[in-house]
Write a protein that binds this ligand. Structure first.
Ligand code: AMP
Ligand code: GLY
Length: 428
């Protein structure tokens, strides 16, 4: 089978790494890929939001299975464009249609969907230019903290939380009138603050059945002890001690099943991943957000724990045979530590040469923002490499991740030294 993975991050490197292990693979392509994926297959340079360029690559390389990593092409309807062309009716595609992708593309759409299907989530009201005054009054009537969310895609920066009512009101004006995220913040949700501990749960679904992948916890802040600015994610752990059987059963019954049933009832064409951003309030799960893709860096701990063949799983997702799949999961712990460019998530430099010491053997290096230039691997983004360790417990896995981190060097490298600190405090 010939496989094309769309995307260029650590998530796509981890997916490609696992696909490469399948005996069913003939040729692997990654578009556009990064400095790490080039060692697993062929990187193809193309615009991932342009369906015609993807279709051309599918033709040229006789692709059988097309796997989307990031959300943007999905929200823009790239899958719909490919599926409406009869020439691609045999192509297996992992990635939802634009309607399904609205679960991530519009927080208002997702909130309405959750309310309709009784899925636990924070209460929210939507405001825009027409009812801004009501929005400001609404904030005055609420208790802090105030959670404001831009409706549309805002590169992970669309959520603003503050204790101060005046600041929340300024934020609301800035989002709507100041068009902070352009059209994405024309509508803004003011949401109930949920106080608890976060985790991410992942499934693949074919729109009627689903399979649950290992859960994970990520570390979003740049600084130790979860301080400083938000990032795309500085590390991740799987499994998560507080996601015990009782809690995961609640997640399945109250969140996963009604979501997949809702997708079926709405008649959405959905073949792909669902990432449930959850918060555990007391013992109860609430949905903070849906994503229509895997998480990054969560994929770098979820995928190494998957023992089953990934091509089998993705094929069943695409051709609606997930009911026939049994998943096998490694009980070991996986940890990943994201190495980032100095200055990230603010201004940072690109183009520094990276040296990976050949003595690095006990961990897996997943490239994120890297490129291959003039024979060197160089930094090419804020999040540069994720170093994954696997072990019988959290401590063993972390020591492998950090040993790997110490063997990777470039000018200005930065990373968090305390990934997993909160789970250790809980006894993991
Ligand atoms: P998101 O961009 O939707 O992932 O949200 C970013 C972060 O904001 C989440 O990871 C949470 O830490 C926080 N957050 C979002 N919604 C809420 C909420 N209703 N209550 C508390 N924290 C929230
Ligand atoms: N790590 C969070 C995300 O992928 O959205």
């Amino acid at each position: 089978m010939n496989v094309l993975v769309i995307g260029s991050g650590g998530r796509e490197h981890a997916l490609a790494w696992k696909i490469k292990q399948s005996p069913r693979l003939t040729n692997l392509f990654i578009a556009p890929g990064n400095g790490g994926t080039k060692d697993l297959g062929t990187n193809i340079s193309l615009d991932i939001n342009d369906a015609s360029q993807i279709m051309q690559a599918v033709d040229e390389h006789k692709i059988d299975l097309l796997v989307f990593g990031p959300e943007e092409p999905l929200v823009r309807g790239v899958v719909d464009k490919i599926k409406t062309d009869p020439a691609y009716s045999n192509l297996l595609i992992v990635g939802p249609s634009a309607t399904g992708a609205q679960l991530e593309g519009s927080k208002q759409f997702a909130k309405d969907f959750m309310e309709k299907y009784g899925i636990p989530t924070g209460k929210a009201k939507v405001f825009n230019k027409q009812n801004l005054e009501q929005g400001l009054q609404f904030i005055s009537d609420q208790k802090p903290p105030f959670v404001l969310k831009a409706d549309g895609l805002a590169a992970g920066k669309g959520v603003l939380i503050t204790e101060d009512a005046d600041e929340a009101k300024e934020n609301l004006k800035d989002l709507i009138l100041g068009k902070k995220f352009g059209a994405a913040s024309a509508n803004v949700l003011v949401e109930e603050f949920l106080d608890g501990i976060e985790l991410s749960v992942f499934v693949v679904t074919d729109g009627k059945d689903y399979k649950i992948l290992p859960e994970a916890k990520d570390y979003k802040r740049i600084g130790e002890n979860d301080t400083g600015l938000n990032t795309g994610g500085m590390g991740a752990i799987s499994p998560v001690i507080f996601a015990d059987d009782t809690f995961m059963q609640k997640v399945e019954e109250r969140v996963i099943k009604p979501t997949v049933d809702g997708i079926a009832k709405e008649g959405m064409d959905y073949h792909g991943f669902i990432f449930f951003g959850l918060i555990k309030v007391g013992d109860e799960p609430y949905v903070i957000e849906y994503n229509v893709r895997m998480g990054d860096p969560e994929t770098e701990v979820v995928i190494p724990r998957l023992k089953s063949d990934l091509i089998d799983l993705l094929e069943a997702t695409a051709n609606s045979t997930l009911d026939q799949v049994e998943l096998s999961i490694d009980p070991d712990t996986a940890t990943t530590v994201m190495m980032v460019a100095g200055g990230y998530p603010e201004k940072y430099e690109k183009g520094h040469t990276i040296q990976v010491d050949p003595s690095l053997k006990d961990s897996i290096v997943f490239h994120a923002g890297t490129a291959f230039k003039n024979g060197d691997i160089v930094t090419n983004g804020g999040r540069v490499m994720a170093i994954t360790g696997l072990g019988k417990d959290l401590e063993t896995a972390l020591s492998k991740s950090y040993d790997g981190v110490s063997r990777v060097k470039w000018e200005g490298k930065n990373f968090r030294k305390d990934i997993g600190f909160d789970l250790k405090a809980l006894g993991q």
